[in-house]
Design a protein around this ligand. Structure first.
Ligand code: NAD
Length: 505
């Protein structure tokens, strides 16, 4: 085992009302996906009682926190940024061990989380509302944001540091209090993050942590009657459940970021070398386990054969290996069910008549046998109704190359999935960029780039099954505040708008 792998067993704890609680009736194990016999730690399996206590603590802390100066709230994020910088290497190591992300990618994700914290600190002194003219000269109109209250944050394992911060940081700056339920695949990195919040000086109850599995702690949190907003990132199936729960409530809103079947579109005028690099990164970086990973590359039929040959040659050379191996391109799949899902869809592609160009699957070589490693599976598939593999999210190194006739046909194929998260067009023609920009259903669009890669000062979110119109990162402020109108009359008498009489007759 490379020495960077962590040997010590962690013992997780909930954080409720400023208290670290390690008394747990039930627990779950945290395992290393690159070495499945390596139990990294044991964590409390939270249930309804823990969620109730955490939500009650967040509710008690809400009013004092929202009354705290926004500038002072912001300055705590400056403390947090310094602590993340101090611990960057250790945090990256923890993440690489827990979810199998390459160590350099894990570092990049910690930096992305740091950027969110720095962004929030920077916005603390920015104007937060608007002053608007009134029809009545003596009135001033203000549009002001108010925090919604208690925010539940439920997060996935594939971005276990940056995604929680996309949701925690704006929520807290705006004056909400939070309960975080990190993924059961990555509980330690979630707990390390919360420890840094505490060390940075966030008061007891303002941030609470409940560990546990999805259909217990996650479900209890999503359906809790005293939660005002659920910020969820994860699969469509769980996100649609969260949306239904919010719809049944009189007060709860939700912001859901979910799965995708993102695509790269290679036009006939593309720089093919750039297209191959962009497509390989989009499909196989992070072992295809990004929400924005390309499950499809749409290729103009005139360049299909040339592109496919170069792409397959490059994909066949990629090295999937231990996250701490400096020669690795990507690491393992996160768990057994992630691996089984990829193998299922590889078989399904064959059943659906795919022309297999690169036959991937489980890697059984000595250094990979102990983990959930799989190599790229690449196939040509025509766009036809009913083909599931070109429409459903696989979340692994499984890729369809789909030929298209012209730009209209490419847009038709691109939009023919239930998802709409990310799209990249590879073309040298600026008119094409505009056409794809306007006609494809997506939340993040790219030109001459992979369809992966985000920066925190942009909105991050999708349409259709990929999101519910409440993007996170910089845009999360819209989900965790409500905009209020506040009108002040500076005259000694009352005058009404629209010419309505104020006379009492
Ligand atoms: P998941 O939906 O299985 O789990 C996400 C979180 O929801 C976890 O914390 C889990 O414990 C919790 N959960 C599970 N069942 C629940 C329930 N019944 N009630 C409440 N919470 C429950 O997703 P995952 O496997 O952790 O992550 C991978 C998925 O996330 C992929 O579909 C990926 O595309 C998506 N994702 C989307 C984005 C985005 O911004 N759009 C970002 C990252 C990941």
């Amino acid at each position: 085992m490379p020495k960077q792998h962590l040997q010590t067993a962690w013992k997780g704890r909930h954080l409720i009302d400023g208290q670290w609680l390690d008394v747990a009736r039930a627990t779950f194990e945290d395992r290393n996906p690159a070495r499945t016999d390596n139990v990294l730690g044991v964590f409390p399996r939270g249930g309804t009682a823990d969620v109730d206590a955490a939500v009650a603590a967040a509710r008690r802390a809400f009013v004092p926190w929202r009354r705290t100066s926004r500038i002072l709230r912001g300055e705590l994020f400056d403390n947090l940024a310094r602590l993340i910088q101090r611990d960057l290497d250790e945090l990256a190591r923890v993440m690489a061990c827990e979810n199998g992300k390459l160590i350099d990618e894990a570092r990049a994700e910690i930096v992305e989380g740091l950027h969110m914290v720095q962004y929030v600190f920077g916005t603390a002194r920015q104007p937060t509302g608007e002053v608007v003219a009134s029809e009545i000269e003596a009135k001033d109109l203000y549009v002001r944001r108010k925090p919604r209250g208690v925010v539940a944050v439920i997060t996935p394992w594939n971005f276990p540091f940056a995604v929680p911060l996309w949701m925690l940081a704006p929520s807290l700056l705006e004056g909400n209090t939070v309960v975080l339920k990190p993924s059961e695949e990555t509980p330690e990195i979630g707990e390390r993050l919360v420890r840094l919040f505490v060390e940075a000086g966030f008061p007891p109850g303002v941030i609470n942590l409940v560990h546990g599995v999805g259909d217990e702690a996650g479900d209890a949190l999503a359906r809790h009657q005293d939660v005002d907003v659920v910020c969820f990132t994860g699969s469509y199936s769980v996100g649609s459940h969260v949306r239904r729960l919010a719809a049944e409530s009189d007060r709860k809103t939700c912001a859901c970021e979910m799965g995708s079947k993102s695509a790269v579109i290679v036009c006939q005028d593309a720089n093919l070398e750039l297209a191959v690099q962009a497509a390989v990164l989009s499909a196989f970086k992070t072992t295809g386990q990004r929400c924005v990973s390309a499950g499809r590359v749409l290729v103009h039929e005139d360049v299909f054969d040339r592109f496919a040959e170069a792409f397959v040659d490059r994909a066949a050379m990629l090295r999937f290996a231990d996250p701490f191996d400096p020669s690795a391109f990507a690491g393992p799949l996160v768990n057994r069910s992630g691996l089984d899902k990829v193998l299922y869809y590889n078989d399904l592609a064959r059943e659906e008549g795919a022309n297999v160009l690169l036959d991937g699957g489980r890697i059984a070589s000595d250094d990979c046998a102990a983990g959930y490693f799989a190599s790229p599976f690449v196939y040509r598939q025509e766009h036809r109704p009913g083909v599931r593999t070109i429409r459903e999210e696989v979340f692994g190194p499984h890729l369809a190359l789909i030929p298209f006739r012209d730009d209209d046909h490419a847009v038709e194929i691109y939009n023919d999935t239930p998802y709409g998260l990310s799209m990249a067009v590879i073309s040298e023609d600026y008119r094409r960029w505009r056409y794809y920009r306007d006609e494809c259903d997506y939340g993040m669009g790219y030109v001459n780039l992979p369809c992966i890669g985000a920066e925190v000062h942009l909105p991050f979110g999708g349409v259709k099954r990929s999101g519910n119109g409440q993007p996170s990162a910089a845009a999360l402020v819209d989900a965790v505040t409500h905009r209020t109108a506040f009108t002040v009359n500076h005259a000694r008498e009352i005058a009404m708008a629209q010419g309505m009489s104020a006379e009492l007759k």
